[in-house]
Design a protein around this ligand. Structure first.
Ligand SMILES: [Zn+2]
Length: 355
């Protein structure tokens, strides 16, 4: 029993990353290079200070707003077509090399990459798709982009982002999301028609909810926006009715444990033990993701290994989470192809971590 609890998922089992923000996913050394190649004036000339600026650390403390502030510099540095292309290319290839991730959904807000409208949105989007294309020429990985609308944006701007996702859907944009800080002006009801329209065009729907905000919002989002998946949603564990809604609709939660600990949305691993127990009892489906592997210094396999080591998820449950992530991906055809057929990686171990 104990032995099966500490068994780790072998590297040959492929993974899908469903919840990963571009702003938190590029290795600091690459971000440093991109910043310099564009001549961006950084507040420090010391690499290690820069690294501290864009990664979570105990020194920085834990909070939801503090975590969102980490994105200030990464989003600024990524705000050009060249920077976006290189960032996407590095993240997609890196996910395969580091974790044998074979399906990679990467999300970002294109409007937070165009320097407040100075740069053309379509150029930013096309650059992201070029980065994806380059990575797929090098590695057996299926990538897809999710565009994040922002809770703090007015409806008009969010509508533009959703319409861009629709326009670019045949080129590799696979879904839309709503992210950003809690906002008193945000009303899920306003987005009902827009999300219905996006779904009609075949885009997947995921929404950040049940993270820092109240549990009631989860039910509202489910009813109004009909998401296929929910970003985080850990608060739903505290409400029986919401758990029922998730189960009945087969909605998959994208759970990012380290992120929730960093933002103090969840108090510790013991609370996670309880949360996962609620998911188990209520038959709620979930996938394990990172939110931002480089910013949070964790990969999916680290997350699964920790959950296994602490006895929060059994080996079989880790396997199930990996399968759920592949099944719930918005990247086309991924569910039609048996993962084993593609034999993405025969190498069981790597000598050292590849950048
Ligand atoms: Zn997120």
């Amino acid at each position: 029993m104990l032995a099966s609890m500490v068994r780790q998922l072998p590297r040959r089992i492929p993974l899908a990353e469903l919840h990963c923000h571009l702003g938190g996913a590029v290795t600091p050394a690459v971000m440093w290079g991109i910043a310099h190649s564009q001549g961006i004036k950084l507040p420090t000339k010391d690499y290690w200070q820069f690294r501290d600026m864009i990664t979570a650390s105990p020194r920085r403390g834990h909070s939801f707003d503090g975590y969102l502030q980490l994105f200030h510099w990464t989003e600024l540095i990524q705000s050009s077509p060249l920077a976006v292309e290189r960032s996407v290319y590095e993240v997609v290839g890196g996910a395969y090399r580091k974790n044998n991730v074979t399906t990679m959904e990467l999300r970002f807000n294109p409007m937070k990459r165009n320097r407040g409208g100075e740069q053309d949105l379509d150029h930013i989007i096309a650059a992201a798709l070029r980065g994806m294309d380059r990575a797929t020429l090098e590695y057996p990985i299926r990538p897809g982009l999710i565009f994040c609308l922002d809770r703090a944006f007015p409806y008009d701007l969010n509508e533009i982002i959703a319409e861009k996702a629709i326009s670019w859907r045949d080129r590799g944009v696979v879904g839309i999301d709503i992210a950003g800080p809690e906002s008193v002006t945000f009303r899920a009801a306003e987005y009902r028609n827009l999300f219905r329209r996006a779904r009609g065009f075949g885009l997947g729907i995921t929404v950040h909810v049940g993270e820092a905000g109240p549990v009631e919002e989860v039910g509202q989002v489910i009813e109004l926006l009909e998401p296929d998946r929910i970003g985080h949603g850990v608060k739903a564990a505290y409400d029986h009715r919401t758990m029922g809604m998730l189960r009945e609709r087969g909605i998959v939660l994208e759970i990012c444990p380290t992120s929730n600990l960093q933002t103090e949305v969840v108090s510790g691993w013991e609370e996670f033990r309880w949360i996962f127990d609620q998911f188990r009892r209520n038959e709620v489906r979930f996938a394990i993701s990172t939110d931002g592997p480089e910013m949070l210094k964790t990969y999916i396999r680290d997350e699964l290994a920790t959950l296994g080591r602490l006895g929060i998820l059994s080996y079989e449950e880790q396997l199930q989470a990996a399968q759920t992530s592949l099944q719930a991906s918005f990247v086309p055809k991924v569910t039609d192809v048996a993962a084993a057929v593609r034999k993405p990686a025969t190498r069981v171990e790597v000598e050292r971590e590849e950048a």
